[in-house]
Design a protein around this ligand. Structure first.
Ligand code: ATP
Length: 452
């Protein structure tokens, strides 16, 4: 893959996110926890808006997909059936001297690990690197008061298994007929060896997954194509630039042995990171349900009543990371630009208005002549419909800039004229155009634009 034509904005974003309360490093006052992040006041709104858009598109707007919220802790046999106990591993190399661990394919390792000439990239000692050993990426813990091997449980490394094991519970309780899907949003945990790039690869993250169950003798490939197109359209509708999105088809080496077809949706994160997966759309055949039948000893067959047939459905899966999508939205929206007639430029988070944590800033031009009272009343009124930020301190230009930087699409200013005729100005984040409208119409106008 050639390097991206988009700039690397990651360091600037990390700093903006901390400064403005989007994302903080976990346990920062203790020096931080490796690749775990906390979402601050604005970040939690942004990520929630992304999850809401997914939930609305995938569950609420359709009658053929049901929602689910399965538990993180599951029966340990689930992970044997899914293949994670045996196969969710990365080869790792240990340094006996400094105790650091490296992925076997780490380009910084010189020589052949396990031999005297191999050199540790961290401490520089020779001959201290072990041969590669398989390392499972699942977090293990114990259930109940006894810490022995019989009590081992795992933090789920993906949400999908909660859907598979509930396939019949959902189908029978809702009386859905194949084809239909089950969707959920939830936390997943992976003890990643090389995490990094901010919230791109973390050890605790959220997934938004949907399993669509189809007839193995029916038009399952058409459903696969349908979901590929739907999911790409969803990312575009989020505002991600078309030139930054593409499909990557899994090569023979990448394709799981049971998979019939698999595509990733990739987003161009800019700089050297470039195009990376944000979502997988995979045709998994009947692998998952068949394995759970085998390991649980319980039938997971669908009964097609009109045709008097029983079968294990095929599954088309769409699996997208909420955090990775949040990062894509931030990267896609970040821009620095000069402003005509002003020495200082501005930083803008040009995110889709529906995703913006704050929809409108409300400012009295000056702190007198009844303007603050009018503006506060207006904010209280607007806050009934969407998140609003009231700010009366500092120069008006600076107040605008502060909102631009966090992606607020509209700024409403109460000025001298407001006190005479009840109109306010509405400033657009992207065009900088200012429109004068009656204060009692502002809520309706903004609500309309947020829908667009
Ligand atoms: P990668 O190859 O990047 O590790 P993957 O192929 O293992 O990803 P899947 O198991 O297909 O990922 O997970 C589906 C989605 O979950 C990914 O497209 C990504 O958006 C998200 N995801 C997976 N691992 C992580 C992680 N460690 N941190 C953040 N998001 C993740």
């Amino acid at each position: 893959m050639s390097p991206s034509t988009y700039p690397d904005v990651m360091d600037k974003l990390v700093s903006l996110c901390k400064r403005r309360g989007f994302i903080f490093q976990s346990s920062e006052i203790y020096g931080g926890t490796g690749s775990v992040w906390d979402y601050g006041p604005l970040g939690v709104e942004l990520k929630r808006n992304i999850k809401d858009r997914w939930w609305n598109a995938m569950v609420r707007a359709r009658d053929d997909i049901e929602g689910l919220d399965a538990a993180i802790l599951m029966h340990p046999r689930v992970w044997e059936a899914s293949g994670h106990v045996a196969g969710f591993t990365d080869p790792l190399i240990d340094c006996r001297n400094c105790k650091k661990r490296f992925r076997a394919d780490d380009p910084k390792i010189k020589g052949t690990p396990g031999t005297p000439d191999a050199q540790c990239p961290a401490c520089g000692m020779k001959g201290t690197l072990s041969e590669p050993r398989m390392f499972n990426l699942m977090f293990k813990t114990f259930m109940g008061p006894v810490e022995d091997s019989a009590a081992v449980v795992y933090l789920r490394p993906e949400t999908a298994q909660g859907i598979y094991v509930n396939f019949l519970n959902v189908q029978q309780s809702t009386r859905q007929k194949v084809p239909f899907g089950i969707a959920q949003i939830g936390k997943a945990f992976r003890n990643e060896i090389t995490p990094g790039n901010f919230i791109f690869r973390t050890r605790e993250f959220e997934q938004m997954e949907m399993q669509f169950f189809v007839d193995p003798e029916g038009d399952h490939m058409q459903w696969f194509e349908y979901w590929k197109a739907q999911r790409m359209a969803w990312h575009r509708a989020l505002g991600l630039a078309e030139s930054r999105l593409l499909f990557h088809q899994h090569t023979k080496e990448e394709l799981a042995h049971y998979a019939r077809a698999a595509f990733d949706i990739q987003f161009d994160f800019g700089g050297t990171l470039g195009f990376q997966e944000i979502e997988g759309v995979h045709h998994r055949g009947d692998f998952d349900l068949s394995r759970h039948q085998e390991y649980s000893g319980k039938k997971l067959e669908y009964f097609d009543q009109p045709n008097n047939r029983r079968y294990v459905p095929f599954v088309v899966e769409t699996s997208v990371g909420a955090d990775r999508t949040t990062l894509a939205v931030l990267v896609n929206g970040y821009r620095e630009e000069s402003v005509e007639g002003e020495a200082e430029g501005r930083t803008v988070l040009g995110i889709h208005p529906s995703l913006a944590p704050i929809k409108a800033g409300v400012f009295p031009l000056v702190k007198k002549d009844g303007m603050p009272e009018f503006a506060e009343k207006l904010s209280a009124e607007l806050r009934k419909s969407f998140p609003v930020f009231y700010d009366e301190s500092g120069a008006i230009g600076r107040r605008y800039r502060r909102q631009d930087e966090v992606g607020t699409p509209f700024c409403i200013t109460v000025d001298g004229q407001t006190m005479e005729d009840g109109t306010v100005t509405v400033r657009d984040r992207d065009t900088l155009a200012q429109e004068r409208v009656a204060a009692d119409r502002v809520g309706g106008i903004i609500a309309e634009r947020l829908q667009a």
